[in-house]
Structure formats: C-alpha cells, structure tokens
Design a protein around this ligand. Structure first.
Ligand SMILES: [Zn+2]
Length: 185
C-alpha cells in the first residue's frame, strides 16, 4: 500500500499538535485513519511529534500489516471502525483528565465549550472488556476515557478527533482549576 501524501501530512500535523500541547509525551499516544476496509495507523512506540512515512503502518481487515509493527492499540482501533462510523481515531494521554478519572465513572464538562460539544464523557475501567467497552461507548459519544490512562476520540477526520481530545482536556483543566479555587480535593 502506498501512503497518500495527504494522509501522511494530516497524521504529521495532528501528531505535532498533540505533542506540542502536552497531550502526549515523546512516545505516547496513537492515531489512525480508516482507508477502505483497512486503516492507516501509527507504528508502535513512534513519536507522534516527529512522524515520518516509515512510522505509518497499513492494517488489513484480516489483521496483517504492511510497514512497521502497528500500534499496540490496533485491535481497539479496528473494533472502533467495525462498530462505529468513525473515519479517524486519536488516542492521547491527557493529563488533567487522567488525574480526574480515578474517582468517577462519568465526566461532565463544567465549561460552555465542553458541555456543548461533549455533553458527558464515560470513564471506562481498565480490564479484559475495555476494548469492547471503549468501542461501544464511541457509538454514541465523540470521546471516551480509559481510567488512569487516556482519551480515545473519533471523528469524520483526524482533525475532528483532535478537536474532541483537546476540548476534553481543556474542560478537565478547567475542572481542576475550579476545584483548586474552591478548595475541593
Ligand atoms: Zn495510551
């Protein structure tokens, strides 16, 4: 499979945005785009802020891949594409949301933008059923959160998936600030 230049450019730009906004550390997170019956996905352990063509893998419907070993989240991305209309998926380690995720099953954004776009965000507990739980939650939500780990967002484009991850982390940061101002733990 030949990686279309536009796809490479989109993954590079979104990867740079995630890294420069502190939504992933040097080697964290992953990105994918649906392509026909398969998908383009970042390789395992790649640096999202420094993506090159050699870091992008193509995964076929039967699971075999071309290019570098795909992300360790490949089965989750495939499951999301199988049961939702997502065209792109972004995974990022949003730190304020991670801090808030330990004590709740649902995050309700306190700010106008977050409430408008996201309404509420399910927090999934890590475990043997997390793949199917994250994918099914994304049938009705734009973004869901794996407790203590990170966000998974879907979009019609990779830009849209980036938007939902950034909106969630902004809301989480506002919630943390709000709690610190009001003295709540
Ligand atoms: Zn992760």
């Amino acid at each position: 499979m030949n990686l279309p230049p536009k796809t490479l450019w989109e993954l590079q730009e979104v990867g740079k945005d995630l890294y420069s906004h502190g939504l992933v550390t040097s080697h964290g997170g992953n990105l994918s785009l649906r392509s026909g019956v398969g998908m383009w996905i970042t390789g395992t352990g790649t640096m999202l802020g420094r993506l090159r063509e050699r870091h992008i893998s193509f995964v076929h419907p039967d699971g075999h891949h071309e290019g570098p070993p795909p992300s360790s989240d490949t089965v989750l991305h495939s499951t999301i594409y199988a049961i939702t209309s997502a065209q792109a998926v972004t995974h990022a380690h949003a730190r304020h949301m991670t801090a808030l995720s330990f004590d709740t099953d649902l995050f309700v954004p306190p700010d106008f933008e977050g409430a408008l776009h996201l309404t509420d965000v399910p927090i999934i507990a890590p475990g043997p059923r997390q793949t199917e739980q994250i994918a099914s939650a994304l049938q009705s939500r734009l973004v869901v959160f794996l407790r203590g780990h990170g966000a998974y967002a879907r979009g019609n484009t990779v830009w849209e998936a980036l938007h939902w991850v950034m909106a969630l982390e902004e809301s989480a940061q506002i919630e943390v600030l709000r709690r610190s101002i009001s003295g709540r733990a």
